[in-house]
Structures are given as C-alpha cells and as structure tokens.
Design a protein around this ligand. Sequence first.
Ligand SMILES: [Zn+2]
Ligand SMILES: [Zn+2]
Length: 556
Amino acid sequence: MAKVTSQNDKKLRILPLGGLGEIGMNCLVLEYGDDMVLIDCGVQFPDSHWPGMDLLVPDFSYVRDRLDSLKAVVVTHGHDDHIGAIPYLLKEKKLDIYATPFPTGLISQKLTEHSDLKEVRFHTIESRKKFKVGPFTFDPIPVQHSIIEALAFAIETPVGTIVHSGDFKHDAHETSQGNIGFEPFEDWGKKGVALLLSDSTNAERPGHTLSEMEIRDSFQQILGQQKGRMIIALFASNIKRIEKLLQLAHSLGKKVAFAGRSMHSYTKLAFEQNSLSIPPETLVLLENIGMYSDDKVLVLVTGSQAEPQSALLRISEGIHKDFQIKKGDLVVMSSRFIPGNERAISKMIDQLYRAGAEVLYESIHQVHVSGHGQQEELLMMLKATKPKYFIPIHGAYRHLSKHAGLAKESGVESEHIQIIEDGQLVELSEESLEVKEKIELKKTVVVGTSFVEGSPDVFTQRSNLAKTGVVFAVFMRDAKSLKLVAPPAVKSYGLLYFQGENPDYVAEDAEDHLEDVYYDAVHSGELEETLRLEGRRFYKKRVSHKPVFIPLVLDI
Ligand SMILES: [Zn+2]
Ligand SMILES: [Zn+2]
C-alpha cells in the first residue's frame, strides 16, 4: 500500500540559492510536496576573484534534480540581481514567469540575446490581484524601491502565510506611483503571518532613508544655478528619478539628452508602457546638444559605477563619439559607490576633473538616496506583519545579523529568528521553523551567454596565473635510453624579474639546472613532480613570485 501523507505532515521547504550572506544573485526556492516556485532568479557581477568571468548565476542543481516540480518563477522587480539569471534557467526547462509589465519587458529583452532557450510563458501580475501557483496563493503588494513596479508578496501556503518583502523602502512623500504604505502588511499581520523574509541591504544604517523629494529639491537647486553643461550619472532602471529630472528640466526650459545603451533601452520600455512621461520638447539627441547654450543642457548618462564600456567611463576617457567633457561641465554622481567599484569610480572622477569638469557626489552633496529601507523602515515592516518567525534576506552576513537584532527589538522571539545563508534548507510547519541540512552550492559561471564549467580549483589556478605568471619546460628524450635528445627548452610568460636580471640568462640558467635535476630524478618515479618543484624553486630566486611551472616530458 502506498504511504499516505496527510497534508499536516507536509512541510514548506525554503532554500535560498543566492542573496543570503552575499549581495546580489537573489533566488529563493519555495517547495511544498511536489510543487516548487522560485522567487526571483538574479545574477551577480563577479569581482577580481573571478578573472575574465562575465556573470555569476545561482547553482541550479537542486532545481535541476526536481525540474518537473518547478511550477514558475515569480518576480519581485526588474533589477538584474533579481531577474538576470532567468535566461540561464530557460536553458534547462520551459518556464512560466509571473511578473509585472516592466520586468517582463526587461526579461524579454534579455532573452533576445540568447539562442538556445526553451519556451517561456509570461503571466502579467497586477498589484493586489491575487494569483495561484500550485499550493501557493500570492498577493502582490506594491513597495517603494529604486525601480518602478517593485513588489513584496504575501504568500498563503498550506502551513501559513509568509511575507517576502522583495527589495523595499518607505518614502511617504513620494507618490509618483500612488500611495504606497504598510496597510496591506498590517492587514496580513492581523490575519497572522507565520514567517517574514525581509530585505536586509541597509540594516546597518540607522534612521530612515531620505525622501526622493529631497533629492529632487537638491537637483532643483543645482539646476537653478547651472552655468555650464550638467551631466548626471544614475542607474537607467531608476525610471522615477529620470522622470523627475525630465520634469525639472522642462520647467526650467532646459534640454535633456540620454547617453548609454541601457539609458535608451530602459526609458524606451518604460515610455512604451506608459510608466514614464516625457514632457514635450525636452528630449534631444546627444549629438545635437551643441545647438543649445551650455546652461540649458542636461545629459543623463549610465556608468555611475565606472563599468567597462559604459558611457560615462568612455566620456571620462575622451573616447565617446558624441560627447566630450570641456571646462565648466558639472558631473553629478546620483548613485551609491557600490563596494568593490570605488577605485574604478575614483579613477574615473579624476579623469573627469583632468578633462576640466567639476564632480559632485553623494558624500559631499545630497544627490542620491538608496532604494533599500534603513533601520526604521525595517522595523515598520516587522511591526506591520508581526511575524511568528523571521529570516533576514538580501544582504551580507553582517546585514542579516543586524536585521535579526532589529527583529528581536520589534518583539519576535529570539528562538524564532534564523540567520541562514545560501544553501541552508529550512522547513516551516504550523508548529515550527526548523533548520535542516546545508546544501553545498557552487556558483555557475557565465562567459558571454554560455556557462563555463569549472571547479573552484580552476578559479584559484586563474588567480595564480595572474599573480605569478607561468613557465613551461620541455624535455625531449629517447624513449628507450631516457637520455635527453636536446637540452631542456624553457619558455616563460608573464614573469616579473628582479632588477638587474636578464630574462634570457635566467632561461639559460634554468635549462642548465633542470638538465641536472632531470638526470638526478629520472629513475625516482617522481620525475615530473620533482621537475615542477625544482623549477619553481629556481625561479623564486630570480623573479617576483614562484611561478606556475609546467614540465613536459616527451618520449620520441
Ligand atoms: Zn532591487
Ligand atoms: Zn536587490
């Protein structure tokens, strides 16, 4: 007889595949019985530990092992760290995607860059219109963030309601997307929330985020005093800030030009979907701004993080085809300096100064506010939902840990708070939230649009090559007598020699030395390893670092 599992025995499995204990690559598995959904499916941009890699995407092994269970991906909003990996999941399986129009448009654009994808079916969701996927009923709740159409979800499951905050902040003065407040969360809180999963990105920052309206006032002031051309760098996804700048420019009789590929594509999509209004006779082409006097010209540009190939970086280097910095230009960095990018940004700012511009940025002028709520806003979410259990999401470990502290402060029992990281499976039942096994995840690496396969060792090897350079040594020998038929040949690449060393002499000395080593070790049974160790040891004395050393023994 088949084992009968009553609904009550079943537990909701929750597994973060990314975004917990790290910034970016947000992806959360919700699984009940044979039904699984993913909330978000984002990418991460690799740092210097991943030389040459373009993107990191979540490890889909857990999903791949249960592909039939996967019912849908449900999207909170259109930032790349929430949608960027969807095309890569579409290499595995045809998918149902639930998203609002803006992220749907962004995902569709991404899909056109790939050729080997399975079929996709989009389901358009609207705020506060419930929809059902398997045993889950989603209530999409609008939240404020640095992109339009950002959502949180209240999700009714067989073991209780969970609330996933998405990325959110609270800005009572910003009403461009209607009044967005905590009432829906309070309503769910009254009905009973079993588990809250909430954004921790700014959990270290005390107080409340500044209002976007203060940023607008700040810009109004700067634009009112504008003498030279003004270049504003911001994320192209921040549609509402772009709209405010367009309105301000219009009211002051100024012209706006866009620079950067994503500035064009994001604003085009938002405009087509009626999410961005562009005042008449305000937008002009970048190549035509010379027709207007400098104090009337505003350029909105991407590249605030000094990303390679970005418009602002190319402008700073003087290699942008339509725009060159000149004396009197003012560049405003209306974005945060994302950790890891600071050096590149600071170098870019120097270049802009060198070219004659003045540069304003967040730390010296109020020209940016984050899209993620600070401590007071996080407490508002906790107090509205009054969850029984709490798991902080979206953040490095220290952010999760701070957020856990806030939850305790708000009244969640400390044994009901779990700080977990990627790969940590938890199970929610009506009685408990239990931490189960940890699943080992390895990031999947993308170059171009293709996965590349590689164990963690490969990335260590790559880093080593970059740090030390490489030496090859070829030993050609007679297969029978094992005598070398020619002296060893040594070739090196990427070595830094100590001052006074001549690379040719070093190579000759290495060849002599390795010939001796060869004859000493030829019958030892550990010939290659000995050659490798001796080769490295030899080079250590003549170059900056022990290089990667590859001996090749060829029998002829
Ligand atoms: Zn976001
Ligand atoms: Zn995010």
